[in-house]
Design a protein around this ligand. Sequence first.
Ligand code: FAD
Ligand code: SIN
Length: 595
Amino acid sequence: MKGRVLVFLMVLCLLFVSFAVSYGQQASKDPVLADVHKAKGLQCASCHEKGKKVKVDDNEAIPNKQCVVCHGNLSTLSKKSKHEINPHKSHLGDINCTTCHHGHKPSTTYCLSCHNFDIKIPAGTVSAPLPSIKLPEIKEIPKGIKTEKTDIVVVGSGAAGLSAAITAHDKGAKVILLEKMPITGGNSQLAAGGMNAAGTKFQKEKGINDSPDIMYEDTMKGGKGQNDPALVRILADHSAKSVEWLTELGADLSDVGRLGGSSVNRSHRPKGGAAVGAHITQVLKENATKRNIDIRINSRVVKILEDKKGNITGVLVEGKHSGLYRINSKAVILTAGGFSANPEMVAYYQPAYKGMTTSNQPGATGDGMQLGEKAGGQLVDMKEIQIHPTVAVGSRILITEAVRGNGAILVNREGKRFVNEITTRDACSAAILKQTGKTAFLVFDEGIRKSLKQIEGYFHLNLVVEGNSIKDLADKLKIPSDVLEDTISTYNKAVEAKNDAEFKRPDMPRALKTAKFYAIEVMPGIHYTMGGIKIDTETKVINKDGKPIKGFYAAGEVTGGVHGANRLGGNSISETITFGRIAGQKAAEFVRSKR
Ligand code: FAD
Ligand code: SIN
C-alpha cells in the first residue's frame, strides 16, 4: 500500500514539474503574430470571421483574406520591398500569406526549404519545418468520423494532378484535389529546362525535323531499354497533343531547345527560354480555379480506402485544421510525385546515394508509392533513382540542363573538359563524381546568358562567378588560367568544325567567345525517381497479380515504367500532362459507368 502511495506521489510530482516547464516555456516564448496584432489593439475578429466561432479551414481562406485586406496582395507587397531578394515576388506564384506568416506559432520562411537566403521574418523563426517523411499509420478508422462524398479524389497538385482534375471535371465528374503542402504545384512548379514533344507546330515553325518515332527511340535508349514500351509509345504519340492542350489553356511553349539524350531540339518552354514549370502550373491552377474545382492544401492523404473486394472507395485525409476525415469516392487518381526528398527511402533503394543533396521540393517524400502499395498496387523499378549533374554547390538550386543545351561546357578544377556535356544524366553525373572534389564548373559566356532567360535567376541568387576575361574567371575560380584558355579555344574550334573530336558532343550551338565569362560550381544531386506504381496504358493501377484495381488510377512521377533505368530531361513534364489527362478521362468514364 505504502509503495502505491509513493508511486502516486512521484507521478503527481512529475506531472507538476512537466506542467511548470511547459508553462515556463509558454511564458518566455517570443511573441507570435496574434500577440503583435493584439498589442496594436486588434482582436481575434481582425483575422477570423466576425461573430463566428473561431474556426479555420485547411485552405486558411478567411485569415488570408484578412491579411490581404490590411496589408495588400503579394503583388502590392512585392513592389514595396526594399530587399534584394524579394520574398513576396517568387516563382511559387500566388500563394497564401499563411504559408509563411502564422498567427499562433512562430512564422517561418518557406523559401528556406530550398534556398539559403539571409531573410528575417517578423514574429518568426528562420526556416520552415519539413513535412514528416513518415506516412502516419492508421490501423483503424475512428467511428463516427466526418465523411464527405465526391466522384473523384485526386491526390497531389503537381502538373499530373492538375491536368487530371481539369480533364475529369471537363468530362462531367465532381472532383476534389488534395495537396499536403501549404502550396500547390509540387516539383512541377520547379521544372526548368522544358517539356519534350515531337512534331509540334513550334518545331515545324523552326524547321526542326522530329517525329514521335524518334522521340520513342531516344526515350527507350535513354532508359536503357528497361522502359515499358507501350507507355513510351503513348508518351511520344500524345506529346504534341499535350503541348497543344496546354497552349489552348493559355500556356506559351513557343521556345524549343535541347536537353540531354534527345537527338533533336524538342524541349518546349516559354518565349526567351523561361522556366517551364512555374508557367504551366500557374496556367493549370488558373484553369482549375476558373472551373471551381475544390482544391484543398494542407490536406495529406494518409490512406486509400477499399472495400472487401479490393475496389477503391475513397481516401482518409489528415487536414491541418480539420483533422482526420474521410472522402468517399468512386475513383481515386494518385498523382503524389516521387521520393527524392525522402533520404531514408533513397538510401534504402540506393545505399550509394545516402546523404546526397536533392533538387526536389520538401514534399517529395514518396507518400504516393507507400499509399499505392498499401492499397494493393505493384511497385516497379524502385531502385532506379536519377541524379542530376548540375545542382548548385551549397544550395538545392538546380541549374537547368538547358544552360548546357544552349552551349555551356563543364570543366574540372584542372581547367579541363571531361565529358560530352549533353550526354544522359547518369553518364554526366558519374563523370563529375570522378573529378577532384566531386564538383565541376559550368562555364558559359554572355552569348549563352542572353539566350536563356532562366540564367538571370542564378545571378539574382548570387550563384555565378563573373570574369571580364577567361583569365580573370580562372583566377577567381582558382584554376590554372592557361589551361582554361586552352580548353575554351579547343572547344571553340570544335564548334566551328562541327566536330568535337575529344568528347563527341553532338550539338554545339555556340562558341564561348563573348565577354563576360561566367561559372557556377555544380555537383550531382538526387533529382528524380523513375520507379513507382505500375500502371497500364489507361493509367489503371496494376495489382501484384497483374490485374487492374477497380477505380484506382495513377499518373506522373508516382508511377514507374515510362522512363526505365534513366529519364531524359524534359520527358517528365510531358508525361505528367499526357498521363494526367488520360487518368482524368478514364476515371471520369469509370464514374459515369457507375451511375
Ligand atoms: P509533383 O509535381 O511533384 O506533384 C506531386 C504533389 O503531390 C506534390 O505537391 C506533393 O506535395 C503532393 N503530395 C505528396 N504526397 C501527398 C499526400 N499524401 N497527400 C496529398 N498530397 C501529396 N521535368 C521535365 O520534364 N522538364 C524539366 O524542365 C524539369 N525540371 C525540373 C527541375 C527541378 C528543380 C525538379 C525538382 C524537377 C524537374 N523536372 C523536370 C521533373 C518534373 O518537374 C517532375 O518529375 C514532375 O513535375 C512531377 O510531376 P507530378 O505531378 O507527378 O508530381
Ligand atoms: C533541367 O532543366 O535540367 C531539368 C530537366 C528535367 O529534369 O527534365
